[in-house]
Design a protein around this ligand. Sequence first.
Ligand code: SAM
Length: 101
Amino acid sequence: MEPLFQSCEFAKPEFWDQQFGQSKSQFDWYLDFEQLRVYFEKVIPVPKSARVLLVGVGNSQLSEKMHDAGFQNTVSIDLSSVVIEKMRQVALQKHKPIQYL
Ligand SMILES: C[S@@+](CC[C@H](N)C(=O)[O-])C[C@H]1O[C@@H](n2cnc3c(N)ncnc32)[C@H](O)[C@@H]1O
């Protein structure tokens, strides 16, 4: 029997490729950087030089806002190659050396 999560649409790259293929703008599905900032700065203080892995970044602005706040050693990954390519283009256009893999 296939595990429940793997049978779910959200676990399939094709689902997300289709979603992101249609979207033109950036969108934070969960919390944005301003909402998360307190956790980075006060709750679990993270040095600005920390290597941070953002899993399932989608088309959110989190990596970009973190970069602007001084966290310039992030790696953002996603299941969808479509959104990763889009985010690479956005970063290039904005001249921000953010790593999307
Ligand atoms: C609901 S979106 C959230 C995007 C972003 N974190 C945000 O808050 O705006 C879920 C994202 O997780 C990605 N995803 C789902 N399963 C994944 C996996 N196993 N590894 C990496 N990314 C995954 C999807 O492609 C999608 O971009």
